[in-house]
Design a binder for this molecule. Sequence first.
Ligand SMILES: Cc1ncc(COP(=O)(O)O)c(C=O)c1O
Length: 362
Amino acid sequence: MGDEVVISKRMRACSHGGTYSVNPRLVRLDYSSSINPLGAPRKAITAIKTNTSSLAQNYPDPECRGLKKSLSRYLGIDPEWISVGNGAIEVIYWFVQAAFVKGRVVIPAPTFCEYELASEKAGAEVTFVPLHDLELEADQVIEKARGADAVFLCNPNNPTGILATKQIMKILENVDSSTRILLDECFIELADNPNANTMIEQISEFDNLVILRSLTKSFGLAGLRVGYGVCNPALAKKLSANKIPWNVNGLAQVAGVAALLERRYLSKARTLVKKERKFLHDNIDKLKSFRPLRSDSNYFLVHLQGRNSTQFRDRLLKKTGVLVRDCSTFTGMGTQYIRLAVKMHRENMLLLKALEAFDHND
Ligand SMILES: Cc1ncc(COP(=O)(O)O)c(C=O)c1O
C-alpha cells in the first residue's frame, strides 16, 4: 500500500485563499491569491465598459459561441472540443457529476482541494498518493489508478508551483482508457515554458482526458468566472450534460474574447513572474525564519521553520495587512507552510518588509 492514504466518504475541510477567507477589512495586500500580477488586460476592461448597458439587459449566448471561437483560435483547437464553465470550478463539478466519478478516484496530495471535495460530495472514495519531496510519483499514481473511475492531476501543481510534465505524460500513457483523467492546467500560462509543458497539442491522443483551463489566473479575471474544459466532442457532450442555461454571463463572455487578443500580455507577465520570483526567493532565503521552496510558477511555498502557518497568517495580517495562504488546509501539507503569490516589484518590496518585521521581532 506504500504511502497511500484512503479517505472514505468523509467530508474534509476545503478552504481557499483570497480576501474573503479572512476579515476583508484587514487585507491591504493579498498574497494568498495567485493571479496574473499585471491585473486584468485593458482590452477586457474596455469591453466590459463599452458593453455594459446592452449586455446587462439581455440574456447571454447560452452556448458562448463568440468566446468558444476566440478560445478555438487561441488554442488551435476546434470549438466542439471546448466546454465553457462559470470558472474552472464548474468544470470540475461537471467532471465529477457527469458520472465520471462513482466508486473511487485517485488524487495526489497535496493539491487543489476541490477535486477531493467534489468527489466526496458525489460519494466517491478518494485514494491519495502523497508527493515525494513535493514531486509527483507517476508509478504510484498508475498503480493506484487501476480500477479507479478518475485521476486528478494539476500541472503546475497547486500549492507547490512545480511542473511535472514528464510524470504526467507517463501517467497518461499508462492509465487504462476506462479511467478518466482531469488535468488541471489553470496556472500553466503563468508558468515557465507553457508551450513545452501543456498537453493541449496531444489532447486528440487521449480519449479519456479533459484538460482544464481558466481565465481567472492567466488573464486576471477571477471575478468574472470564466473557465473551460478541452476534450474530444463525444466526451465534451457528456461533460457538460448538466450545464445550466446561461452559465456564463454576457460581460464575462465579451471580456474573455477581448482578453484572448492580448497575447503579448501573457509573455510580459511570465517575464515579470520569473524575475520577481527569483527576487523574492533570494531575499526571503536571507531571512532566518523562512525557507522558500523552488517553483516553476507565479507562486511558491515557504516553510516556516517551526511556526504554525495559521497563527502566522493571522498575526502577519493583523500587524501588516499582508494576507498569505495558510497551507494547513491542503491534505498532506502539514502545519508549517504558507504559499505566496508573485506580484509587482513595488508590492513584493512591501511583502519583504512585512516578513522582515517577523524575522526580527516575532
Ligand atoms: C489549481 C486550480 N484549479 C482551478 C481553480 C479554480 O479556478 P476558477 O477561478 O477558474 O474557478 C483554482 C482556484 O484557485 C485552482 O487553484
